[in-house]
Design a protein around this ligand. Structure first.
Ligand code: FAD
Ligand code: DLZ
Length: 508
């Protein structure tokens, strides 16, 4: 190869539009894609997640070869596989003597640090290209954030609407409002039609990967089968099309709902495809806008969906790169309790937690409200160490990469950044889960009881959280009312809350 470039494609860069591929020359360059033990184990990822990524990588290598690229694909068990990005680039440089290395910037700070060392290590020039698959370039986010005391997604989101023209009529928001969230808080009734994401039967490549992952990562969390994820661009597009047709019209209405036995409800179940590059975020938003303009979905569904992607998804990425390194160790509330074992076993009598963790084990998926208001809120009010919780979320979900998971966990869910990302801690008693789900009816605990051995544990833990953290939260306008309510409780009730909370925490 002497003379051409080595194009390194990371496991979450499976897009033909990737800048490093666009900058390359099929006739002269080689593409390197490698299955790496270090990437599979720096946290012990869910078996289904590893299988999904390996299979999608193998299919992408085929896609590139069919398009005329020379691809060096290193399977996990290939002789000599060093197991790390830097080790595999070293081997490729020694074998091919490229003129330069081209890589699209890594999604994670950890990997970006590795790439930053390559030029000195190998004596070859390294071109790191911005990842244009995101809508907001990082310098634009930095400029937007500069000088603001607190950052709020809603204002950033409006900038993204203007930047993309999505749901804009001239300079004004389509439908006359930026945000239709007030219409998006309905609890789902069990007798509604419930769509399910399409299932894709594993092909020969996926079957080989399932056997490999089953054998090599047997002690990792999660069920490897049944395996139904799309692993090609075509199937990921089919999964998205099925969502648009069957679930999008009610996506907004039931975005916050939870139902026993319904792991997906009206959610898209596409984050794993967006985050590894099989789907393009702007393209899915344009498709959703077209559905609204054609009169096939209501504005609250289209706007709610587009806000998640050009708003939240881009916003958390901006926060990640603004605050790393260091953000992963933020712990504003000084929470230190170890992660309860039931986060791994699902063995708890709390029906909502058991459901969320069981489906996480089976599907490597839970929807946003389960992550935020069930596993997240419980950890927050129980005072769990946010770093341990971060490692849990990063390992158990098929869509989890640090740039998106960390701000959602440390910032949104655990308030561990002191309010940089979110305007209030997502602390709640059992009443929230009772309002938005049917879990409480099947639970051994009583959601109406505040204290005592039968009380829903969310209740005493919530009030105990308010009491423990009042010094840090009383000044927050969105928490002040709850602090005042707690203050009005009789001393005997406060003592019962403290005793009930202590008993639950001792059992954890
Ligand atoms: P839908 O509910 O159908 O939403 C559509 C799309 O919007 C998603 O596919 C996703 O790309 C985007 N989106 C929605 N909410 C967010 C958000 N808060 N941040 C970023 N993008 C969002 N999302 C991840 O992609 N990876 C993670 O590792 C991850 N970790 C999370 C951890 C915690 C503690 C919390 C509270 C949220 C986390 N999220 C994460 C955000 C959100 O829960 C998932 O994006 C969503 O559940 C994925 O399922 P879906 O594709 O069905 O999404
Ligand atoms: C998550 C993951 C896993 C499990 N395995 C690999 C792998 O074997 N090879 C690879 O290139 N990427 C993998 N990834 C995704 C990387 O961790 C991802 O590219 C970085 O998180 C982005 O910075």
């Amino acid at each position: 190869m002497s003379g051409g470039s080595l194009i390194v494609v990371l496991g979450d860069q499976l897009s033909p539009a990737l800048p490093s591929l666009q900058a390359g020359d099929k006739a002269r360059d080689r593409v390197l894609i490698a299955e790496l033990i270090e990437e599979a184990t720096y946290v012990r990822h869910h078996k289904k997640k590893i299988a999904f990524i390996f299979s999608a990588m193998r299919h992408f290598a085929e896609e590139l070869r069919a398009a005329g690229w020379t691809v060096d694909y290193v399977p996990l068990d290939a002789p000599g596989n060093s197991g790390s990005f830097t080790g595999e680039v070293a081997r490729a440089v020694a074998a091919c003597k490229p003129e330069r290395i081209i890589v699209t910037e890594a999604g994670e700070w950890r990997v970006a640090q590795m790439i930053a060392g390559w030029e000195a290590a190998f004596g070859v020039s390294v071109e790191v290209l911005p990842d244009t698959r995101f809508i907001c370039p990082l310098p634009v986010f930095r400029e937007w954030a500069q000088g603001r005391k607190s950052l709020r997604m809603e204002y950033f989101y409006r900038e993204m609407r203007r930047r993309t023209g999505l749901l804009m009529d001239g300079g004004e928001p389509a439908g006359g409002q930026w945000n239709f969230d007030a219409e998006n808080r309905k609890a789902a009734a069990p007798d509604l039609f419930m769509p399910r994401p399409p299932v894709f039967a594993p092909d020969a490549i996926t079957l080989e990967v399932l056997a490999l992952v089953g054998a090599r990562f047997a002690d990792h969390f999660g069920d490897i089968e049944p395996f139904h994820f799309a692993v090609t661009r075509r199937d990921a597009e089919a999964a998205f099309a099925a969502f648009v047709q069957r679930a999008l019209p009610r996506f907004g209405d039931y975005q916050d709902a939870m139902l026993e036995g319904e792991p997906f409800l009206y959610h898209a179940v596409i984050a794993q495809y967006l985050n590894c590059g099989l789907l393009d975020p702007l393209a899915v938003c344009r498709a959703v806008e077209a559905e609204w303009r054609a009169g096939r979905v209501p504005i609250n569904a289209a706007e709610g969906f587009i806000r998640q992607i050009i708003g939240w998804r881009e916003y958390v990425r901006g926060i990640y790169w603004l605050t790393m390194p260091g953000y992963e160790r933020r712990n504003y509330l000084e929470h230190t309790r170890v992660l309860p074992e039931f986060y791994w076993t699902a063995e708890t009598e709390m029906a909502c937690l058991s459901a969320a963790i069981t489906q996480t084990r089976t599907h490597a998926y839970a929807h946003h409200i389960q992550r935020l208001m069930v596993t997240g809120t419980f950890a927050l009010i129980a005072g769990i160490d946010p770093h341990a919780l971060h490692e849990w979320y990063l390992s158990v979900y098929a869509d989890a990469y640090e740039w998106v998971e960390l701000p959602n966990t440390v910032g949104m869910s655990q308030f561990a950044d002191g309010g940089l990302l979110a305007s209030k801690p997502y602390a709640a008693s059992g009443a929230y889960i009772n309002r938005m789900s049917n879990h409480c009816g099947n639970c051994r605990y009583n959601v109406k009881q505040r204290t005592g051995p039968d009380a829903c544990p969310f209740n005493p833990l919530y009030w105990d959280f308010i009491a423990r953290q009042r010094g840090r939260i009383a000044g927050n306008p969105r928490m002040a009312q709850m602090v005042r309510t707690y203050d009005k409780f009789a001393d005997a009730e406060k003592a019962r809350i403290a005793a009930s909370a202590a008993a639950i925490l001792a059992r954890l």
